[in-house]
Design a protein around this ligand. Structure first.
Ligand SMILES: O=C(O)C(=O)C[C@H](O)C(=O)CO
Ligand SMILES: [Zn+2]
Length: 276
């Protein structure tokens, strides 16, 4: 398993960052490494962002040094969303097949999580947060998700939010995950933007067409910066930051959160003319 870590930044720090420093602080350039599990341990609510890309061998989730744990989920919960073709995950011996965009919640106490290679070439995107209780393992398909249609083509932000691992669907300790699909002709996600000091967030952009890109906006609402992102890259969004994006085409992204509460709609909205 490959792993790195990121410390959290105070909001006074990013204002003087160069492009390279911004990218080093917040961007995860390679989420999927073929034939590997790759993890980034962040100090933003200790959320881990990662990817499992099984090639020829099964890949087992083992505890990284940062956890000082006997097994990965000894004190943690895990959310998995498959962004590749159909694939299987073994959870303490029980097999779950995830189609593209399907999610699996794996609660605290599960000893073995193994990602199997498959003809469909699955790509499992992972978020994991510390957990205080053991909730049941559950697969969540798009039909089980809470689905919200938001925005409009006139404001280039028409999108479908699919809330997969959220408390209206299943019990989690602090993890929330879902995906947002920009509709054809729309490019703006999370516009108007918001902050939520109660929770950090991580974004993973995918289904970005070849030759296209997404500009991710971050920072305090009156002092914004941007990071240009490619398909299959992720970005950490600190609790003091907006997290919005505009693509050169439509695209899809996974949002994942951890922190103080499980209230998805607890957001401090920012009106577009207030942005600086
Ligand atoms: O497009 C959007 O709007 C989103 O997907 C917003 C995220 O879900 C989010 O920021 C939740 O806090
Ligand atoms: Zn948010």
């Amino acid at each position: 398993m490959l792993h790195t870590s990121r410390y959290a930044h105070h909001p006074s720090a990013y204002k003087t960052f160069t492009t390279a420093q911004l990218r080093e602080a917040f961007l995860v350039e390679q989420v999927f490494v073929p034939g590997e599990i790759s993890l980034v341990y962040s100090h933003y609510d200790r959320l881990i962002v990662g990817g499992a890309a099984p090639a020829s061998q099964p890949l087992s989730l083992t505890p990284i040094d940062d956890l000082k744990a006997d097994f990965f989920l000894q004190r943690r919960e895990l959310g998995i969303i498959n962004v590749g073709g159909a694939g299987d995950v073994l959870v303490d011996g029980q097999s779950y097949t995830l189609q593209n965009k399907e999610a699996l919640y794996v609660g605290r106490g599960i000893k073995e999580v193994t990602f199997l290679p498959g003809a469909g070439k699955p790509l499992f995107y992972l978020n994991s947060a510390p957990a205080h209780a053991a909730y049941p393992v559950r697969k969540v398909s798009l039909a089980d998700a809470e689905t919200v249609e938001i925005g409009s083509i006139e404001t280039s932000n028409h999108r479908i939010i699919r809330k997969l691992l959220v408390n209206s669907v299943l019990e989690t300790c602090q993890l929330q995950m879902g995906l947002t699909e920009l509709q054809k002709g729309s490019v703006w996600n999370t516009m108007p933007p918001h902050t939520h000091a109660r929770r950090m967030e991580a974004y993973f952009y995918f289904d970005v067409p070849e030759g296209q890109t997404v500009c991710h906006f971050l920072g305090e609402p009156q002092e914004t910066r941007h990071i240009w992102m490619q398909n299959h890259q992720a970005v950490f969004s600190p609790p003091w930051s907006i997290h919005s994006g505009a693509g050169t085409s439509n695209y899809t992204f996974i949002w994942g959160m951890a922190g103080e509460n499980l209230d998805y709609s607890d957001m401090d909205g920012v009106k577009p003319p207030e942005l600086r």
